[in-house]
Design a protein. Structure first.
Length: 169
């Protein structure tokens, strides 16, 4: 169980992005060089996991933004939970990373659950049928599947209906 001093909050100027490393260069570089700009331009929302005892140190992060997927790409198991429009509205969990030294401690799951809660709250306000994630590799696919996501055919993309998230709450 994660320590009670952990919290997830929007990325802000006081967070030290320069020291973060998860071991995946593209995820490290995104946080260091692009996340702040994405937040300013409202292209992505970036949420960071911090310990309240060291509030500037980023232990992990994830991004959320709006997207859509074609009706044909919706996994068969999820089709009963989404409208039959050509494009299905969704939230994209675009990136998720946990700092080296904190991996394997449940922080990734903590971030996914936080993303699910935020996606569900957002869907109630603006409408969204699914939470979609683009896994970086097969190991990440297995992680998301263990957290309830269903893989889209022949891709590293997975989805979880918002209705399902609501039932988990």
């Amino acid at each position: 169980m994660p320590p009670p001093d952990l919290r997830t909050e929007p990325l802000a100027a006081h967070h030290d992005r320069a020291l973060f490393t998860c071991g995946v260069e593209s995820l490290d570089n995104y946080l260091r060089m692009h996340a702040g700009q994405d937040v300013r331009w409202m292209a992505n929302s970036v949420f960071v996991l911090v310990d309240s005892r060291e509030p500037a140190r980023i232990l992990g992060y994830y991004t959320l933004c709006a997207t859509s997927i074609s009706q044909g790409a919706v996994p068969p198991a999820a089709r009963k939970y989404v409208p039959r429009y050509p494009l299905v509205s969704a939230m994209l969990l675009g990136r998720l990373a946990v700092a080296v030294g904190h991996q394997g401690r449940g922080f990734g799951k903590l971030l996914v659950v936080d993303a699910m809660r935020r996606a569900y709250a957002s869907a109630r306000a603006v409408g969204s049928s699914m939470l979609v994630v683009d896994a970086i590799n097969e190991q990440a696919v297995a992680f998301y599947q263990a957290n309830g996501f269903v893989r889209l055919a022949a891709s590293l993309r997975l989805a979880l209906p918002i209705v399902t998230i609501g039932k988990l709450a």
